[in-house]
Design a protein around this ligand. Structure first.
Ligand SMILES: [Fe+2]
Length: 222
């Protein structure tokens, strides 16, 4: 893995940066582990904002975990992303560790899943307050990135109408490609095929709000 992805302070795109980071098969393996599927980790981007309920048997310790079959059904009709996934696999953990080593920052991994490109992506153009490395793991996604927003007064993400602005990057990401989007750079993703990607948001933070200890990146073997 080279480091040229991050060295540019502007948005940056590298073909075939990490060709085997994560796959549909590995995602299915995760979804089958029900204790992982808490409502805090699984983010449903449901256009109808529905509320789901289910029965649990007496052995289940976390009643708020989605049944895997329900997640499979919901994946057919909405975009879902999973947070707190930086130790989901050995490869994702290693990638997160490489960013932490380079930037001395705290990294999460968010797994984005769109099983049907006809599903409208709910995120319009927006910018984030963290830097982000996005790795396309399966399928194709059109990513547009626009010039940095200079007014940082906005605390959180805002939605922007960038349709008249010319993007500084307009790329079709394929399996293994990676994109580096610094904070405050507006961006928009449009799935062109079924899509699986992992994004690594991180903050090397001038406000000092991330003073927690670093994640344990040791990958144990027995
Ligand atoms: Fe974003």
């Amino acid at each position: 893995m080279n480091t040229e992805l991050y060295c540019d302070i502007s948005a940056n795109y590298v073909k075939n940066y990490h060709p085997n980071l994560f796959s549909w098969i590995e995602l299915a393996d995760l979804i089958n582990i029900r204790p992982l599927l808490t409502q805090e980790r699984v983010k449903l981007l449901d256009p109808e904002n529905r509320f789901f309920q289910w029965y649990t048997n007496g052995w289940i310790k976390d009643k708020n975990t989605y049944p895997p079959s329900l997640i499979k059904c919901l994946l057919e009709e909405m975009v879902i992303y999973f947070v707190d996934m930086s130790r989901a696999t050995k490869k994702i953990n290693k990638f997160a560790s490489s960013i932490e080593d380079q930037y001395k920052c705290h990294v999460d991994a968010h797994i984005y899943v769109c099983r049907d490109p006809k599903i409208e992506h709910p995120f319009a153009a927006h910018f984030d307050i963290s830097h982000n490395v996005i790795v396309q793991c399966e399928g194709k996604t059109n990513f547009k990135v626009w010039e940095k927003v200079e007014d940082h007064k906005v605390k959180k993400q805002i939605h922007l109408n960038m349709s008249k602005e010319k993007p500084i990057l307009d790329v079709i990401m394929e399996t293994g490609d990676a994109l580096w989007i610094p904070k405050y750079y507006p961006h928009q993703a449009i799935s062109l095929t079924p899509r699986l990607s992992v994004s690594f948001p991180f903050v090397n933070d001038e406000n000092g709000t991330h003073e927690q200890s670093f994640e344990d990146r040791n990958w144990i073997t027995l």
